[in-house]
Ligand binder design. Structure first.
Ligand SMILES: Cc1cc2nc3c(=O)[nH]c(=O)nc-3n(C[C@H](O)[C@H](O)[C@H](O)COP(=O)(O)O)c2cc1C
Length: 319
């Protein structure tokens, strides 16, 4: 592993080290206005939410390294204390990129990027009509970062006073990521999609799991089961007992090749095929039961995975 002291890097190397590992980051498309009413728009991926009660978000506009001058967004925020943040979707990412160019102070990047100003209700800067999720924000705090050491970063805390969310992104009252089509920013020129194949769900624990340290040794030290698998097995409230009715195969099940069933991710059929073949080799049996348990875990079927592993002891008893 490389151990890197950020103080030994050039500005660019340090910047990309941060951007590449702390990723993906959401992108705030920040609209501000100066006192004269001139509108500014720019993307910021040093952006995140830090509280929801009340909703507080933060952006990190760095001073320009070339001039050490603050960016227009920060100048305007400090001048008028207001902005809107519109989230960035796959449909507008090229326009957002265009808006990130260093246009002269006073140039309206909505116009440059062909984006539409949507009037706000509680603040003066407009939102981006093409974005499905717009926040009207008030400046709460500006914290210059390590300025005494030549730092050029800024942390700007903003309170969201009003949200606007497109009807089209809701499914059963919840915002659907596949309808939002958000994109994220990584290092260098990389972006990612936060929808489609990229999505997966991890339900929060409902109970305090026994923990990996409490798993039986033959499971905890298994060369087949990964840390992820062990975490699922360890999420149960207490060590399961073998269920004498397991496996209760679905009616009409048929399978004769455990390897094929594992490849296609069919744990019930894999178990059926394996038990039909009934191997006398204990080491092989334990190995296969672990693989079948893994297949159950890949579907988050924790109880079935446990029972599959516990079958080993039952079959030992029978053998
Ligand atoms: C996707 C994306 C994310 C960006 N994130 C940041 C950021 O977090 N902080 C920053 O200082 N500049 C960031 N930039 C660069 C600014 O958008 C750029 O300097 C812009 O010209 C600033 O505009 P302004 O001076 O009108 O505020 C980002 C650019 C892109 C394309």
């Amino acid at each position: 592993m490389r151990t890197i002291d950020p103080a030994t890097l050039s500005y660019r190397e340090r910047h990309q080290l941060v951007l590449s590992g702390i990723a993906p980051r959401p992108i705030a498309l920040v609209a501000t206005q100066n006192r004269a009413g001139q509108v500014n728009l720019a993307p910021y991926s040093f952006f995140n939410a830090f509280a929801s009660h009340p909703p507080i978000v933060a952006i990190g506009p760095a001073h320009s390294l070339r001039t050490m001058e603050p960016k227009d967004t920060l100048v305007n925020l400090l001048e008028t204390g207001e902005c809107t943040i519109s989230v960035v979707t796959a449909r507008i990412v090229e326009q957002v990129n265009l808006a990130s160019a260093e246009y002269e102070y006073g140039v309206n990047e909505f116009v440059k990027a062909g984006l539409t100003q949507r009037p706000s209700q509680r603040v003066r800067p407009p939102g981006v009509a093409e974005s499905p999720y717009i926040m009207e924000c008030i400046l709460r705090e500006h914290i210059p970062l390590a300025r005494e050491r030549g730092g050029n970063g800024n942390l700007v805390l903003l309170e969201v006073v009003l949200f606007h969310v497109a009807e089209s992104v809701f499914v059963d009252g919840r915002i659907d990521p596949n309808r939002m089509q958000l994109v994220g920013r990584l290092g260098w020129d990389w972006y990612c999609r936060a929808f489609g194949e990229a999505l997966f769900q991890v339900p929060r624990p409902k109970v305090c799991g026994i923990g990996i340290d409490a798993l039986p040794e033959e499971i905890r030290t298994s060369p087949v089961l990964t840390g992820q698998d062990l975490a699922l097995l360890a999420s149960v409230e207490q060590l399961p007992e073998p269920n004498p009715r397991f496996p209760n195969f679905p009616e009409g099940i048929n399978a004769d090749d455990v390897e094929v069933e594992l490849v296609v991710g069919e744990p019930w059929r894999a178990l059926y095929a394996f038990l039909q073949a009934s191997s006398a080799d204990r080491a092989y049996r334990w190995y296969m039961l672990q693989r079948i348990a893994r297949a159950f875990l890949q579907r988050r079927q924790v109880e079935e995975a446990w029972q599959t592993l516990l079958l080993n002891r039952r079959l030992d008893g029978e053998g």
